[in-house]
Design a protein around this ligand. Structure first.
Ligand code: SAM
Length: 256
């Protein structure tokens, strides 16, 4: 992960800047940005938003940030409507591992990218990182992740919702160009085995079982889904790892 954030942050002057981190999630990316702000003299401010940011998560993120917390403002906000920020008020937007949730249907992601463009100063940077989905389970290494992710997507579809929809790098680059960004650096980080998977799988199973419980479908379908959840969970536990999908980074600038 160090190498990944090294590329994300490479070449960026983080002195006297206002940075928007969209979205903060568990605070992983905010941590690396705040650390770099500190290393460059501590003169910048990071506004880290998320549309799901209860106090308990704010407290956890603050604990994780430790001494770097002083550079970070945590705020509950929707990326599609950042009206608390004026036009051209932000120097850098970081959008790490989030566009898959901003793309529930064709063209929706454009609205989020347009909102980033609105709040950015002319010449401001937008850094997007995202994942390339595991396309098939032909490779046994990929099967656990493929099953976990696609089962989650299917359960969300049965609720009439979208869990995640992964735009590919060329599609995002095309959208960025349409909106007025120029991509100046990009890199793909290959998929890798993750051996710290237990906590993530426990959380996944709890969430999925809760979602199935609330589905408006018959008990036969719900029982079959519960069985698949248990089997997918057991498979990953038995494999002893979970595949991290390949990641891409697009670094771009607002042209005007
Ligand atoms: C995978 S997490 C981001 C990870 C984070 N960058 C980190 O490093 O820990 C994705 C986050 O996007 C948030 N999110 C999804 N849609 C959003 C929206 N429309 N506005 C704001 N946050 C959103 C979710 O609540 C979730 O916390």
């Amino acid at each position: 992960m160090e190498e990944f954030y090294e590329f994300v942050l490479e070449g960026l002057d983080l002195r006297n800047k206002v940075i928007l981190d969209a979205a903060v999630g568990a605070g992983e990316s905010t941590y690396f940005w705040a650390k770099r702000v500190h290393e460059q003299g501590g003169s910048s401010k990071i506004i880290s938003v998320d549309n799901d940011l209860p106090q308990v998560w704010k407290d956890r993120i603050k604990t994780k940030l430790g001494e770097y917390s002083k550079y970070v403002e945590l705020k509950e906000a929707d990326i599609f409507n950042l009206s608390f920020l004026k036009d051209g008020s932000i120097d850098i937007v970081n959008c790490d591992d989030t566009i898959v949730f901003l793309n529930p249907k064709p063209l929706k992601l454009l609205l989020a990218l347009k909102e980033f463009e609105r709040v950015l100063k002319s010449g401001g940077h937008l850094i997007i990182t995202s994942e390339i989905p595991v396309e098939s389970y032909d490779n046994p290494d990929n099967e656990g992740q493929w099953r976990r992710w696609n089962l989650a997507k299917a359960i969300y579809n049965l609720k009439g919702e979208i869990w995640s929809s992964e735009p590919l790098p060329d599609e995002v680059k095309f959208a960025l160009q349409l909106i007025g960004f120029r991509v100046y650096a990009e890199r793909i980080f290959p998929e890798s085995k993750n051996f710290k998977y237990q906590e993530c799988m426990n959380e996944w199973k709890t969430m999925m079982l809760k979602d199935v419980e609330e589905l408006p479908w018959n008990t036969y379908l719900k029982d079959a889904l519960r069985k698949e959840i248990e089997e997918t969970y057991s498979k990953v536990m038995k494999d002893g790892y979970l595949m991290n999908p390949a990641l891409y980074v697009l670094k771009c600038k607002k042209e005007k």
